[in-house]
Design a protein around this ligand. Structure first.
Ligand code: MEV
Length: 320
């Protein structure tokens, strides 16, 4: 029977997390590590999923029950993506996922798997979905599950490169960005994006004025960073990272482990550093001169952080 494999990159947000959920822009880059999804059509009208990275082995149910009943968390994105993409349940599907990055990193594995499933189904059933249409189905899928979110990770997985992005894909602008001396440090702590988005909302529920003030400042940082990226001004980018980090701290999403990794990076000579993503764990990023890169990496390692080596500006979704 027909079979197809699709892959999509993970993501790393450079500037503007959290504010992007409230309509401000952010800058996100696609990373070299990819998610791979294979889908094979079956004659027996069964839905089968094997996702070893999240310990799902041979999960099965009738196609007619897709999206119904108790669905394990690790299966939810794949199953909901199928439900939202194909109406006809005449064929069965054997889906296998394989990730080059851990779902613990905050690199957007749920979004990457969601877009891969939609693209693979579009190819198998000749739906001819455009990238924007894949974005819309994927965003609907993720919002249906998480109830909130900006969708930048979906855009990075589909379009690749480095993007200037506004919530729900209102703006998806490709930035021309070269390589840069970026250091990625993983805190070893798994963050829950929804919990952190709710934390921000709760903290400022009686202080919308302060929240808007922070978001307006982040918007200016993002716009300045867009400019500095185009001129490859790493020193300015570092300063903007530090400013963005101060505002993320005000939002209450940084944690001591990230703070110490960030301070150590600066002491080792980085131009700037900040958390990347929802906060509460996951990764931090730093930018430095090429000369100081090793020293910054060693400072992160000395705090039991893990250095994640990756390429940025990676290619978006593709059929393998
Ligand atoms: C999480 O990686 C980034 C947030 O801005 C959430 C989102 O944009 O969906 C906190």
């Amino acid at each position: 029977m027909k079979k197809i494999t699709v892959s999509a990159p993970g993501k790393l947000v450079l500037f503007g997390e959290h504010a992007v959920v409230y309509g401000k822009p952010c800058i996100v880059t696609a990373v070299g590590q990819r998610m791979h999804v294979s889908i094979e059509l079956l004659e027996n009208k069964e839905f089968q999923l094997t996702a070893p990275d999240v310990k799902i082995n041979n999960y099965k149910k009738p196609m007619l029950e897709i999206g119904l009943g108790d669905i394990p968390k690790e299966v939810l994105f794949v199953e909901t993506a199928v439900k939202n993409t194909i109406k006809s349940k005449k064929a069965g599907l054997k889906i296998t996922t394989k990730s080059e990055f851990s779902s613990q990193l905050g690199f957007g594995s749920s979004s990457a798997v969601t877009v891969c499933v939609i693209k693979a189904l579009s190819e198998l059933f000749n739906l001819q979905l455009s990238k924007k249409q894949i974005f819309d189905v994927a965003y609907k899928t993720v919002l249906g599950i998480q109830k909130k979110g900006s969708g930048f990770d979906i855009a990075a997985a589909i379009f690749g490169g480095t993007l200037y992005f506004v919530k729900a894909g209102k703006k998806i602008e490709s930035l021309s960005v070269g390589q840069m001396p970026l250091i990625i440090g993983y805190s070893g702590i798994k963050a829950d994006t929804v919990i952190l988005m709710n934390k921000v909302k709760e903290k400022f529920k009686n202080n919308k004025y302060s929240l808007n003030k922070i978001f307006n400042e982040i918007e200016i940082i993002v716009d300045n960073a867009k400019q500095a990226l185009s001129t490859k001004d790493f020193l300015i980018l570092g300063k903007l990272m530090n400013k963005n980090q101060m505002l993320l701290e005000k939002l209450g999403v940084s944690i001591p482990k990230l703070d110490t990794m960030i301070v150590a990076s600066l002491q080792a000579g980085a131009y700037g550093a900040k958390l990347s993503g929802a906060g509460g764990g996951d990764c931090m990023i730093a930018i430095s001169s090429i000369k100081n890169k090793k020293a910054v990496e060693n400072a992160i390692l000395a705090l039991d952080g893990e250095i994640i080596n990756t390429q940025i500006n990676a290619e978006g979704i593709r059929v393998e």
